[in-house]
Design a protein around this ligand. Sequence first.
Ligand code: SF4
Length: 285
Amino acid sequence: MSIPDRPFASYHLWSLVAPATGQERWHCQMRRGFVKARQHEPQVKALLGKATAPQRIGILAQKGVYEFHHHRHLLKQSDGVDQVAQILQLSHTDHEVQQRVRQILQKYHNAPLLLNKNILQLTPGDEGFPKPILIDQDDYCFRLYAAMDCVFIDSDRTLHILDFKTGKAAFDQRQALVYLLAARYLYPGHEAVASFYNLELCKKSELIRINHHELASLEFELAHIAQRHQQDLQKYHQETEDFSKIFPPNPGSHCRFCPFRSICDFADLKQPQAHSMPILRVNGG
Ligand code: SF4
């Protein structure tokens, strides 16, 4: 099994290395081990390939927005929602997914956030890994992956990176920061802002900006995360039996929501107390 030849970073890796604020007690490094070190093992691969209902809703919602703007006349037609539902083959999905995605499509059809925006990029959400950005400085070198849902130009000519969300999870500002760093390389010379939009709640986040100094610190922090993860991968590939030392488990009631609970030797599957239920994160990008 090969180790990536150059360190890499992404929001996803950052979220596996360090918890979001408020999620500390449920954070488990072993999940990172399964996702990023053992992902090619058949059992792990099978578990990673199973999209949960919230993940399917996130992907279909994003694809729905993409289809509305790809066939823009559908935003004006009274049967636009039905037509996009057909393109998405919603009738082949289970009841919960079908219902929630249909509601999302209806809400978007009623108030299309991107209508009349100067869209530079809008992705269908199922296109896999984005092309990496090579960040090569004197002290570090790593590949940055940042899959942006949508990029448009605001009326004041600011570059706006928008990330679509579904479900109830709080926005994680770190994702926006990674996009802003990527924008510095992909759209050099542009003033950029990032924001989130929850398609189910029709809720916008505040605009997130970052200055040059903060961008430099962020880049350094991501280089450190990339380096640390690369070292962990090397250690694991040298001595696979040390998996639980390199990626220590943090078992607890949250294991019930972990995709690896069926293969994890440390899973604690006791009935969780009502107050200790973690918030399920969806559509993490
Ligand atoms: S089942 Fe629990 S201990 Fe095992 S990887 Fe998942 S969260 Fe960590």
